[in-house]
Write a protein that binds this ligand. Structure first.
Ligand code: S3P
Length: 422
């Protein structure tokens, strides 16, 4: 259990340059698509977060060798016909993306596999992928009531192509179906109600179909960089630059939101590798105002919405976040958890089925928080951002979950000038 020992405070402005681990979403896809290439795929910039490690581990159980050296990996792709039946269950840890996207690949494998996950993953709905994949030819041998893990599935070959009108904008659902399409006869296409992150499409365009071995660079994770930018926006006088951050337009909603709140984010010239743009991002602390977040903007900032709510607590005026019902089925119920976390710091917040209303006031003193992150890395990081500017004494239980996406979170904040809370 992590307590005050992991909680940082700001004794002065945050300043300097930092790098964050590679984008988790791109990393999963680099490992999975790399595994399906015929030949060795060199990956640079890969995150050391536990979620990407889960993907590498389960691919190893399916017969894909990979070597790791810091943020570089060499994946010995086995081609579309080379995956082997594992001898035991595949443990996807905390990673919904590992389980859901991998199910798309497993749909095309003519063997039976059991997938398990941690306490949080066991509560996450899988029917959204199982239903379309079943229509393509996957057999669900066993699943808990309502399609929750643990799951046992059996793939088939060939699969039947599927033109799918997805009821939700979900990159995990879209990716699972598109990858299953690699073993399908006929057209496979996914239409979604809004454009979810498009890393799978970009990587398939880079590697081709069937995928051919080419190097892949994983840019820094905007979803992690956002916490450092957010820290700088909270701590008066701060001025930070985060280097080489992925700025794929399906992911940059957070930058648009903080701009609408009054922040100036300076974006360096974007560089594109394997069809993924990346740039340095700089921000200086400035007063923030409340903002309305809904529709496509909410989708493009999905994982950052708890952070937006956190910043909104210190902004002047009301912030309304809507159309974000999906947050209820993330690593935790992030609407309920964000509201609980903010209240624990003394912030006024209303909870709605599909979002939050935050009554921001930069002049209202915070109280020290007492937060149980319930195993959710992003809630733990949000709590630590408020702790930077709250009175001493904040306790964050479950902060070890931060390692799933951003193991160097505390180190980065310290390097920018944050100090251990006493
Ligand atoms: C992800 C997609 C998103 C996001 C998740 C990672 C991915 O979920 O919240 O953290 O890598 O495909 P959706 O499936 O809701 O788009």
């Amino acid at each position: 259990m992590s307590t005050t020992g992991d909680t940082l405070t700001a004794r002065g402005p945050l300043a300097g340059r930092a790098r964050v681990p590679g984008d988790k979403s791109v990393g999963h896809r680099a490992l999975m698509l790399g595994a399906l290439c015929d030949g060795v795929v060199e990956i640079t910039g890969l995150s050391d977060g536990e979620d990407n490690l889960s993907t590498a581990r389960v691919l190893g159980q399916l017969g894909v060798r990979s070597e790791r050296d810091g943020d570089r990996a060499r994946v010995h792709g086995v081609g579309l016909d080379g995956l082997r039946a594992p001898t035991g269950p595949l443990d996807c840890g905390n990673s919904g993306t590992t389980m859901r996207v991998l199910l798309g690949i497993l749909a095309g494998q003519p063997f039976e596999v059991t997938l398990v996950g941690d306490h949080s993953l066991t509560r996450r709905p899988m029917r959204r992928v199982l239903e379309p994949l079943t229509r393509m030819g996957l057999t669900v041998v066993a699943a808990r009531d309502g399609g929750f893990p643990p799951l046992t599935v059996r793939g088939a070959r060939p699969l039947t192509g599927l033109v799918y009108a997805s009821p939700i904008a979900s990159a995990q659902v879209k990716s699972a179906i598109l990858l299953a399409g690699l073993w399908a006869e006929g057209e496979t296409r996914v239409d979604e109600p809004g454009l979810s992150r498009d890393h799978t499409e970009r990587m398939l365009a880079w590697l081709g179909t069937p995928p051919a071995a080419r190097p892949i660079h994983v840019p820094g994770d905007l979803s992690s960089a956002a916490f450092l930018l957010g820290a700088a926006l909270l701590v008066p006088g701060s001025d930070v630059v985060i280097e080489d951050v992925g700025v794929n337009p399906t992911r940059t909603g957070f930058l648009d939101i903080v701009a609408a709140m009054g922040a100036t984010v300076v974006q360096g010239a974007p560089r594109e590798r394997n069809h993924e743009p990346a740039a340095d991002l700089g921000v200086r602390c400035s007063g923030l105002r409340g903002v309305e977040v809904a529709g496509d903007l909410a989708l493009r900032a999905l994982d950052e919405l708890p952070l937006v709510a956190t910043l909104a607590a210190r902004a002047r005026g009301v912030t309304r976040i809507r159309d974000a019902k999906e947050l209820r089925v993330k690593e935790s119920d992030r609407i309920a958890q964000t509201a609980r976390m903010l209240r624990s710091f003394g912030v006024a917040v209303d909870e709605h089925e599909d979002g939050l209303t935050i009554h921001g006031d930069p002049d209202r003193p915070l109280t020290a928080g007492d937060v149980d992150a319930d195993g959710d890395h992003r809630i733990a990081m949000c709590a630590n951002l408020l702790a930077l500017v709250a009175p001493a004494g904040t306790r964050i239980a479950g902060a070890e979950s931060i390692a799933t996406s951003f193991p160097s979170f505390h180190a980065c904040l310290r390097a920018l000038g944050a100090a251990d809370a006493l």
